[in-house]
Design a binder for this molecule. Structure first.
Ligand code: PHE
Length: 357
């Protein structure tokens, strides 16, 4: 028995994997294993012999089984140890650069615009893209059958049969957020409202969904001069140059009086759009002094308060600043375009850190 113990314990200790261990288990304590066969011989022994040999064989069997289990656990630990060594990773190393997504020019420019106006004390306000007919038109002094409704190429929401209320619309501009901000906050008030707007129109500088940013400042002493200063400051900061020429053109909007449209000097030479030079002008915004009826619709007393408002095309100024000639490509989701015109995803535009680099 001592020979058997010696033989198996040594072999188990030296087994290098689970398969070898299993082989040893079968040889020693399997049905036809050496120790099992010895146990069968117990029947032929005298009772005295059996009393000694029985417990000793059982003890040997137990000892071998425990040695097998211990060796198996050790082999498992070693395998785990090996794997951990192979998969070891220093999480304190700097990140590896991988090809990654980019920030869309519209998002980038929205961030830039927000940073500039935040610096001038404007908060960001939002409103729904599916807007009531009242907020999008009536409250902005565009009554039913007003020609401006026709000019806007409005998308109307479906109306249930028998429902005679005016249908909701996909907002045609961000101006309804003027009304919502006045309702929500009252005066004085200084907000910008960036967001999506919709009109049925499609060519090189128009897409049926595009982006505007509305500006609204209401107080007791706001004038057209304030509007002009704010817009000129904005354009200087946004285009990151001093010499950008703006053209204020007298215009008409139902919700402002007086009204002005603002164009920016640019050139389109060889299909390349450049800002600040050339003989062309690109319209970038509409603006004016808020109409008294609009202040009243927003719950603000026009006898006490006045304000200026403007609505600017975000996509338009993105095209200008980054020399992107066709607006339609903005919304094609072409990865080659996005990689070319997109911005690094970790660069946050700020005035102190630089807007676009
Ligand atoms: N809502 C106008 C448009 O979409 C722009 C505008 C906004 C004009 C505010 C004046 C004041 O064309």
């Amino acid at each position: 028995m001592d020979d058997l113990r010696q033989k198996y314990l040594t072999a188990i200790d030296g087994a290098s994997d689970e398969a070898a261990l299993e082989e040893l288990r079968v040889q020693a304590v399997g049905k036809k294993g050496e120790i099992s066969l010895k146990m069968r011989e117990l029947g032929k022994m005298t009772p005295e012999e059996r009393q000694v040999a029985g417990p000793a064989l059982n003890a040997l069997k137990d000892e071998i089984n425990s040695a097998l289990a211990a060796r198996k656990a050790a082999l498992g630990d070693a395998a785990l140890e090996e794997r951990l060594k192979g998969e070891w990773l220093d999480v304190t190393l700097p990140g590896r650069r991988r090809p990654m997504g980019t920030v869309h020019p519209v998002s980038q420019v929205t961030e830039e615009v927000t940073a500039i106006f935040a610096d001038m004390g404007f908060a960001v306000a939002e409103g729904p893209q599916i807007e009531s007919d009242w907020h999008n038109f009536d409250a902005l002094n565009i009554p039913d059958h007003h020609p401006a409704r026709g000019e806007m190429d409005t998308f109307y929401m479906h109306r249930a049969e028998g429902d005679n209320r005016p249908p909701h619309v996909l907002r045609t501009h961000t101006s309804p957020v003027q009304i919502r901000s006045m309702e929500r906050q009252g005066a004085p008030l200084r907000v910008i409202c960036p967001g999506r707007v919709y009109r049925a129109d499609y060519d090189q500088t128009h897409t049926p969904m595009f982006h505007q940013v509305e500006g609204l400042a209401v107080d007791t002493d706001i004038s057209m001069a304030n509007l002009k200063w704010v817009l000129e400051e904005f354009v200087k900061a946004f285009f990151e140059v001093d010499g950008v020429e703006l053209r204020f053109r007298a215009s008409h909007f139902p919700f402002t009086e007086p009204s002005a449209e603002v164009d920016i000097r640019c050139s389109w030479e060889g299909g390349q759009l450049k800002v600040g030079e050339g003989d062309d002008w690109l319209e970038i915004l509409g603006s004016g002094m808020v109409h008294p009826k609009v202040l009243a619709a927003g719950g603000i007393d026009p006898e006490v308060y006045q304000g200026f408002a403007f609505g600017m095309g975000i996509d338009r100024i993105a095209m200008l600043k980054y020399g992107i000639p066709d607006l339609r490509a903005f919304f094609d989701s072409d990865l080659r375009w996005l990689r070319h015109y997109g911005f690094a995803s970790l660069d946050q535009p700020t005035l102190h850190g630089g807007l676009s680099r």
